[in-house]
Design a protein around this ligand. Structure first.
Ligand SMILES: Nc1ncnc2c1ncn2[C@@H]1O[C@H](COP(=O)(O)OP(=O)(O)OP(=O)(O)O)[C@@H](O)[C@H]1O
Length: 313
């Protein structure tokens, strides 16, 4: 099946000369949930703004449902719903009116049954006559989604849907996205949170400095990213790592702790062996801690890996 969105060699240079996208290639399949993961300033918003027709591209091409976003803008845009990062709602307006208005902006005829379905799916039907300022933060976010779905798009973009919200509301938004996926809509979300990508996405794309470093099935990406660091504090610091431990990749930190990086997805982490080797070497533990490699570490790894591959080629 042809991809619902196809991005080819897409570049964006802002007027001040800043190169925000450096040749992005990406195909998005109908019905999938794709998470675009990346640090601040990576180019995520720029990418989705171009696909949604809010920003102009500098080079390359984008099609949505086979329609070129430049030549066939109207048709391409009609297929897309966008939930932007910032709340853009008229607080004095009634929920149902603002959703109907959004549909009207796309030149679509009235369809009360569709509006009702969208509001019911988002559990907003009871609130349809409330003014937006009377709603909770979670409900306001759902109104934004209802507006984006008002004209029956086949693709929904969510730009950082859970930035700055508490854990409970994040989970609520995840449930909403899962329900939307069931209805067959293709979802592209941007996020800083690995857990969000892991919980929601069929595939994850990692963007850094305007480049798409990798696009992969979430499970396999998490396997390659899922590293943890074990730090072992000894009751008496050592000058050298005992050979049996050094062989297993244990190193010494500047503060005299033994450090071991392991793959959380591996069948065996090797930690049991390391603890046994410590005992054999006559070393005693004072403390143990583990930490998950951060998003930043992962990007560093990915960039280093990419560079090594380029050098080898
Ligand atoms: N209008 C503009 N003019 C010049 N540079 C811009 C403009 N808009 C964005 N940029 C720059 O382009 C880069 C990518 O920005 P973008 O907003 O796409 O990143 P992002 O990945 O969405 O980041 P965040 O996670 O912080 O939202 C940033 O360095 C940003 O400063």
């Amino acid at each position: 099946m042809a991809p619902i969105i196809s991005v080819k060699d897409l570049t964006k240079t802002y007027e001040n000369g800043f190169e925000a996208l450096k040749g992005i290639n990406l195909d998005i399949e109908e019905g999938e949930v794709l998470a675009l993961l990346g640090p601040n300033g990576a180019g995520k918003t720029t990418l989705i703004s171009i696909i949604c027709g809010i920003a102009n591209k500098s080079g390359g091409s984008v099609t949505v449902g086979g329609h070129d976003i430049t030549r066939d803008f109207r048709k391409a845009r009609d297929m897309i719903g966008l939930v932007p990062q910032e709340m853009a709602v008229e607080v004095f307006e009634k929920v149902i009116d603002t959703v109907k208005f959004s549909r009207g902006l796309f030149g679509k005829g009235k369809d009360p049954a569709h509006i009702e379905r969208v509001l019911r799916d988002l559990t907003l039907w009871d609130k349809k006559d409330n003014r937006i300022r009377e709603l909770s933060g979670g409900m306001k976010r759902r109104v934004m989604i209802a507006k984006a779905l008002s004209h029956e798009p086949r693709v929904l973009f969510l730009d950082e849907p859970t930035a700055g919200v508490d854990v409970e509301l994040r989970k609520e938004m995840w449930d909403v996205m899962r329900e939307l996926k069931k209805s067959g809509v293709t979802i592209i979300l941007t996020t800083h949170y690995i857990e969000e990508a892991e919980a929601m996405a069929d595939r994850v794309g990692v963007i850094s400095k305007g480049e798409l470093l990798v696009v992969e099935e979430t499970d396999s990406l998490m396997k390659s990213l899922g590293k943890k660091v074990l730090e072992i504090e000894l009751d008496k610091p050592v000058d050298d790592v005992p050979p049996a431990l050094a062989q297993k990749g244990v190193t010494l930190s500047p503060t005299g702790k033994l450090v071991y990086t392991y793959d959380t997805a591996a069948e065996q982490t090797g930690i049991t062996d390391i603890l046994a080797d410590l005992k054999k070497a006559g070393l005693r533990l004072a403390d143990l801690s583990t930490k998950q490699s951060s998003l930043e570490d992962i990007f560093v790894d990915l960039v280093a890996q990419q560079k090594a591959e380029e050098d080898a080629a």
